[in-house]
Design a protein around this ligand. Sequence first.
Ligand SMILES: NC(=O)C1=CN([C@@H]2O[C@H](COP(=O)(O)OP(=O)(O)OC[C@H]3O[C@@H](n4cnc5c(N)ncnc54)[C@H](OP(=O)(O)O)[C@@H]3O)[C@@H](O)[C@H]2O)C=CC1
Ligand SMILES: CC(=O)N[C@@H](CCC(=O)OP(=O)(O)O)C(=O)O
Length: 346
Amino acid sequence: MIKAAIIGATGYAGAELVRILSRHPQVRLTAITSQSYAGQAFWQVYPHLYKYIDLTCEEMDLINIINQSDVIFAALPHGHAMPIVLEAVKQNKKIIDLGADFRIDDPVVYESWYKVTHTAVDLLAEAVYGLPEINRNRIKEARILANPGCYPTSAILGLAPLLARGLIEPESIIIDSKSGVSGAGRSLSLNTHYSEVNESIKAYNIGQHRHTPEIEQEISKIAGQKITLSFTPHLTPMIRGILSTIYAKLKIEALDMDLGQLYRDFYQEEPFVRVLPEGCLPRTKDVSGSNFCDVAVVKDKRTGRAVVVSAIDNLLKGASGQAVQNMNIMFGFAEATGIDDPSLYP
Ligand SMILES: NC(=O)C1=CN([C@@H]2O[C@H](COP(=O)(O)OP(=O)(O)OC[C@H]3O[C@@H](n4cnc5c(N)ncnc54)[C@H](OP(=O)(O)O)[C@@H]3O)[C@@H](O)[C@H]2O)C=CC1
Ligand SMILES: CC(=O)N[C@@H](CCC(=O)OP(=O)(O)O)C(=O)O
């Protein structure tokens, strides 16, 4: 049994961590923090978790919280994880950051996209990008785990088999992603309130979304060459889910290949990637509340393009489910412990 703390437990990602970890057989939750709800019982903030845990939200007393824990989850807005990671490393504890602060290898790239000064540059090289399907062996040894972004999870898992086999023209990649509104977090904002998002779909941040360098960095590693791509996110009137549709020009040698078989072989051993049978396409509805990433690949013979569709729940495989999957790997627990129930969401 390990002791876990969640910093930022009252956000959407943090609340999902509370829900999963409160039922995880190998974990005891020792502390949950909040900036605005300190002193309140957690269930008062999230009534659907009444009787799951009896912890009260507390202020971030970093040194003590880290001292009392074996693993710390940081679920804060980007720019806030650096002091937590520094203290966790000082106390030689494992830290899983759900934000973006340790995902980008190059601090200059991080600072230019996030407009935040990185204050723990010396630790960036140690951080492991936590996509188990790609980095499982490194995750086993990780002390600092950079949990991937939600859009990048759907994009990288969709592209990995084609890139690993060198079957697409790397500069031809276009990623078109649609997200539910919970991807923007719980804080109130004009862009995400009901009458702005309901019955409406819009593209945003074209060519300048912060997940672009993260996707490019990780798929470049898989391909073994530097890749630049087009990524367009969309906000859709649903609460959870991301559907990514990815287009890429196939190389000549791939035109006659069975791409579905390629994907099935690539993800054969993966507990959380489901390559759908031919003729079936992923839907956000089918992964909602689960840690699954559903994937399908279609060869568009007329244009010579591969069209890949992937679906995840942004709060689970795109955030907290994946964070627990990573924790399981880091501590040697069975990888699906606590996240193998497809009805996770009440
Ligand atoms: N939502 C999603 O789908 C995904 C989110 N992530 C990442 O996970 C992290 C958390 O996201 P999400 O849960 O959506 O965010 P929310 O806005 O829903 O929650 C943020 C949490 O951080 C706390 N917080 C906010 N500002 C501060 C601060 N200055 N100091 C201390 N605590 C603070 C909030 O406390 P309080 O409640 O008291 O205000 C809350 O607990 C982010 O980095 C996000 O990018 C990653 C993948 C997907
Ligand atoms: C719908 C929506 O607004 N989505 C968010 C996703 C960001 C997120 O959660 O990602 P990080 O973990 O990298 O901050 C956005 O586009 O900014």
